[in-house]
Ligand binder design. Structure first.
Ligand SMILES: CC(C)(COP(=O)(O)OP(=O)(O)OC[C@H]1O[C@@H](n2cnc3c(N)ncnc32)[C@H](O)[C@@H]1OP(=O)(O)O)[C@@H](O)C(=O)NCCC(=O)NCCS
Length: 174
């Protein structure tokens, strides 16, 4: 398990592909696959831009990354899991957010996926475990994430990893 290498084109392509994998598992009928994929593409583009900007800021002029506004994340990381053969096998994007009710920073898993062909080998569990280790290293008070109710496999993984459901968001289409 390692962090994403922002200047490695293959790493970036892997993360982009993984972000498009998440909607493939089932989602509420009022969204379309195209909508979700488009949103994922926007999110990953913004993420990779941010990471590149921070790296450039640190190496070219010694400047620190721009200070986040009050409710913006104070830190984020993209983890890349590799199989024995050093093949990219999964990824997780984790960042700090301010917990709405607790009003303290917590680590939030924005997205997590195992590459096709590598499922059922403990990669997903290892990614959640590493996200938790990152959260503990940052002295964060919790680990949160959102998951579609339809995604039973991911939900089972998260529950096995010690996360419990917190809130169920409901909708009526008008
Ligand atoms: C959900 C997801 C991340 C699970 O990843 P994974 O790498 O298969 O997860 P794990 O291997 O840790 O656990 C999955 C299964 O493998 C089993 N397993 C765990 N370690 C194992 C090992 N060493 N050898 C064999 N099987 C193992 C687990 O018991 C579990 O059983 P299940 O099939 O009944 O669920 C993966 O299916 C995925 O990428 N889905 C699409 C993207 C997605 O939905 N992401 C979540 C967004 S919220």
């Amino acid at each position: 398990m390692r962090e994403l290498r922002v200047d490695d084109a293959a790493d970036l392509a892997f993360v982009r592909a993984m972000m498009e994998r998440t909607p493939s598992v089932g989602f509420p009928s009022w969204f379309t696959l195209e909508q979700l994929v488009e949103r994922q593409r926007e999110m990953v583009a913004a993420l990779l831009d941010r990471l590149a900007t921070r790296r450039l800021g640190a190496t070219t002029c010694g400047a620190l990354a721009p200070r986040p506004a009050r409710d913006e994340p104070v830190a984020e990381v993209v983890l890349v899991a590799e199989s024995d053969a050093a093949t990219r096998a999964g990824f997780a994007w984790v960042r700090t957010v301010i917990d709405h009710f607790g009003r303290v920073p917590v680590a939030h898993i924005e997205d997590l996926a195992t590459a096709p062909g590598h499922e059922g080998q403990g990669i997903g569990a290892a990614l959640v475990q590493q996200a938790e280790a990152w959260a503990r290293a940052h002295r964060l008070a919790g680990l949160t994430l959102n998951v579609w109710p339809e995604n039973t496999r991911a939900r089972a993984l998260y529950e096995r990893s010690g996360l419990a459901p917190e809130m169920l968001r409901m909708r009526k289409v008008l």
